[in-house]
Design a protein around this ligand. Structure first.
Ligand SMILES: CC(C)(COP(=O)(O)OP(=O)(O)OC[C@H]1O[C@@H](n2cnc3c(N)ncnc32)[C@H](O)[C@@H]1OP(=O)(O)O)[C@@H](O)C(=O)NCCC(=O)NCCS
Length: 185
């Protein structure tokens, strides 16, 4: 399916208009959240959910919230020398799931890239350098495949914390002539 995925797949903000009742991933808590809590959380301004629709079906979803990441949690290569605070600003992927009937077709990757794109957009307006996720242990490989790193301190916790440093991605997207100016800011 992956070859034809892009022309049929859409990311849309969750609203009351969409019936997600048939969505079913392998994790009951993630199904419950989408059906019973996502809209309410949105109304309370505590999270934002986006649906991934494929051929009029809810193929998956992700939920974003604001977050912070301890300076000590990130690898030396991802830190900022001389940073003055204890925590970095971040965006958290609070939930991400694909309908089990559609797993392993590239939809998870599509959703993750959409979430990263949204976080990069936020970073244009609000300081924000990392994307975090409290992964399910069985999904760590999925995030590692997309360059997330595990925070060693939490590697063996129930939901190991992982992060992606957006700085190199954003730097690579800048035209070369602007890079020096960008780094000097
Ligand atoms: C984890 C999940 C989102 C992956 O979605 P998916 O649509 O099956 O993933 P994709 O087909 O896009 O896979 C992209 C790549 O990641 C790999 N991958 C997918 N799931 C993986 C896993 N659990 N462990 C290791 N690698 C995984 C795929 O093999 C593929 O690799 P490739 O580039 O070499 O082909 C999905 O299995 C899911 O919803 N699981 C239940 C809920 C969950 O665990 N959510 C994440 C927790 S926060």
């Amino acid at each position: 399916m992956e070859k034809s995925l892009n022309k049929d797949i859409l990311i849309i903000p969750l609203t009351q208009r969409y019936d997600c009742s048939s969505f079913c991933c392998t994790n009951a808590e993630l199904n419950e959240f989408l059906k019973n809590n996502a809209l309410l959380d949105q109304a309370h301004m505590t999270s934002r959910t986006y649906l991934c629709c494929w051929k009029k079906q809810t193929a998956g979803y992700f939920t974003l919230v604001a977050d912070t990441l301890e300076v000590q949690a990130v690898d030396q290569s991802d830190t900022i020398e001389g940073y003055l605070y204890r925590k970095y600003p971040a965006i958290k992927i609070a939930r991400l799931a694909v309908d089990h009937s559609l797993e392993r077709n590239g939809i998870g990757r599509f959703i993750l890239l959409a979430a990263i794109g949204k976080a990069i957009n936020v970073s244009n307006d609000i300081g924000c350098r990392y994307i975090t996720v409290d992964s399910k242990p069985e999904s760590m490989g999925f995030y590692e495949k997309h360059n997330f790193k595990v925070v060693e301190k939490y590697r063996y916790s129930e939901f190991p914390k992982m992060y992606l440093n957006m700085y190199p991605i954003v730097a690579a997207m800048r035209p070369k002539e602007n890079l020096k100016e960008f780094e000097e800011r």
